[in-house]
Design a protein around this ligand. Structure first.
Ligand code: SME
Length: 550
């Protein structure tokens, strides 16, 4: 299951927690940690270890640990309630079967502020308190009115909270169960949502979204006017959909009718495209009336057109807290999704050399990024840097509209194709448009075998001549390829014109099939240039090549 360092001292999580990070950094592991607890409740710990391709206890336990899986859940029922801690440890018994070793619910109460337990079991034996008060501390001192009951579980593979949470006299355990039960792990699959659903109206969407019509029917029955309003709101968010209407069938069911622009005949949800259906399901989720305690969505971008993600994220963010869910967790790779969020809502997950994942709020990164420079050089934290470069992109710190820039190059060309004028203005254009750069300009070849000679540029004075094959520029020219360097100090033969430069990208410019010049851009930040930058700049260079007079 991977390893994750816990952060005890961190600030509390916000209502919206979005986790980004490179593949393999542990995003799905976090999602599955929630799924695992939900499965433990329903099926017991042994089955939970084997379910959902988890591969059994030995696969789940962190390598190098003491062989125990530990969970600690710290939460507050309401803003003014005393926080509750739930601790759960799972280990292997003498027959190598997973069982619950320790389980405890505690609160800090009274003057001392020490945590006191109202459910505490070790190896299936312990106590539980009835009522709403009554606790025992570590020394065995009991406080409060609730009756303490000695308990012993018949099955050590089942959670005590699922047993005692089903009995009304254990009010607080019942509340805790209610909290766990109202977690919603969302795995929408359009195929599931498309199945004909015969069941009656249902209040909540299920994990796959297969009861989408039943939920719609519930909302319709509950308050037809409010439901009509919800549909009206959603239809503005779905591409190409003019109207959504409920349609009552003779058998008492209700189906949703989608009227598409340009079509006279309506479609029913069974025939909607995957993307539209998924988007509809998310919006329906956002409009559920009784809020869930926690919603977890893994990679909402899958199957959705990227442009809709910013709007979706914005809606999720504005509805979370009091609307559909009290807290929302999302894992994503989509900059479009992250674009709509605040840095406080975004967490960067990255895997260290030791195999442990670390997590850090995007807002806590110094955007000048000087702290991790040493780590980067030493080969550690490269993933974190990459994830961070993504964050910078997503906050527009590294992003620019390359299509617009390509059109601007074309305009410059139409006005004057002579290379000095064209390159001079293109350097000025890049200098204005690209954030976080300290040099942008050209080196030109004078004759077939010759060195590169300084051309028009913006930035500090630079070296005049660069021999072919030397430095980043000479390498790009000699090998006729784009060279993108994350850390110039690690590039053998790099020519330092400005000591501030940390990363660099060089693109060859052709005439008659030969390299005639190079475009060179330097940045004072490490790993400044993304693949997106590379593609955008390559487009600009192709436009430049289309009409340039040397
Ligand atoms: N760093 C370049 C030299 C050019 S300056 O950065 C402007 C290189 O290594 O080719």
């Amino acid at each position: 299951m991977g390893k994750l360092f816990s952060h005890q001292q961190g600030a509390p999580l916000s209502n919206m927690v979005t986790i980004i990070g490179p593949s393999g950094s542990g995003k799905s592991t976090i999602a599955d940690a929630f799924g695992f607890i939900a499965d433990c409740l329903d099926r017991g710990v042994e089955e939970a270890c084997d379910m959902n391709n988890r591969g059994g206890f030995r696969q789940l336990v962190s390598q190098g640990s003491d062989g125990v899986i530990r969970f600690e859940l710290y939460y507050r029922e309401t803003d003014d309630a005393k926080p509750i801690t739930y601790e759960l440890s799972i280990a292997l018994d003498e027959n190598n079967r997973p069982y619950v070793m320790d389980e405890r619910l505690s609160q800090r109460v009274g003057k001392t502020g020490w945590p006191q337990s109202f459910l505490n079991l070790h190896e299936g034996v312990g106590y539980a308190f009835e009522g709403t008060d009554g606790w025992q501390d570590e020394d065995g001192t009991v406080t409060g009115q609730g009756r303490k009951v000695d308990v012993k579980l018949a099955d050590r593979r089942k959670l005590a909270v699922s047993t005692y949470g089903a009995m009304a006299q254990y009010d607080r355990i019942v509340d805790f169960m209610h909290f766990l039960r109202s977690w919603y792990l969302c795995y929408f699959t359009p195929d599931a949502a498309r199945q004909m659903q015969f069941a009656a109206p249902q209040e909540h969407l299920n994990t796959t979204g297969s009861n989408l019509n039943n939920v719609a029917q519930y909302m319709y029955r509950d308050n037809p006017k409010a439901f009509a309003q919800i549909l009206k709101e959603i239809q503005t968010k779905l591409p190409g959909i003019e109207k959504i209407e409920p349609k009552n069938m003779e058998n008492g069911q209700m189906v949703l009718k989608f009227l598409e622009k340009g079509f006279d005949e309506p479609f029913y949800s069974q025939h909607m495209s995957d993307g539209t259906l998924k988007l509809f399901a998310y919006y329906l989720l956002l409009h559920e009336q009784s809020p869930r305690q926690l919603v977890f969505i893994e990679e909402p971008e899958n199957g959705l057109y990227h442009q809709y993600l910013t709007e979706l994220a914005r809606e999720m963010r504005s509805n979370v807290g009091n609307g559909f869910s009290k807290q929302l967790f999302v894992t994503t790779h989509s900059p479009f999704f992250v674009n709509a969020l605040a840095p406080e809502d975004v967490w960067v997950l990255s895997k260290g050399e030791d195999g442990f994942s670390g997590i850090k709020r995007a807002a806590d990164y110094d955007m000048d990024l000087e702290i991790s420079e040493r780590q980067f050089r030493e080969g550690q934290g490269r993933d974190a840097w990459r994830a961070l470069a993504d964050v910078r992109d997503t906050y527009g710190l590294g992003r620019c509209d390359y299509d617009l820039l390509v059109r601007q190059v074309k305009e410059l060309q139409d006005a004057e194709p002579f290379y000095v004028a064209l390159m001079a203005n293109m350097a000025a254009l890049l200098w204005e448009a690209l954030p976080d750069i300290n040099w942008a300009g050209f080196y030109v070849r004078r004759g077939r075998e010759s060195d590169l000679v300084l051309g028009p540029f913006q930035g500090k004075m630079a070296c005049i001549r660069i021999p072919l094959s030397k430095g980043v520029c000479g390498t790009a020219a000699a090998e006729d390829r784009i060279v993108r360097v994350e850390d110039v100090h690690a590039f053998p033969g790099h020519i330092a014109c400005d000591s501030a430069s940390q990363s660099e990208i060089v693109l060859p410019i052709h005439q008659n099939g030969e390299v005639a010049a190079v475009l060179d851009i330097d940045s004072p930040s490490l790993a400044r240039f993304s693949a997106e930058d590379e593609a955008g700049l390559a487009k600009m260079v192709r436009q430049l090549e289309a009409a340039i007079v040397f």
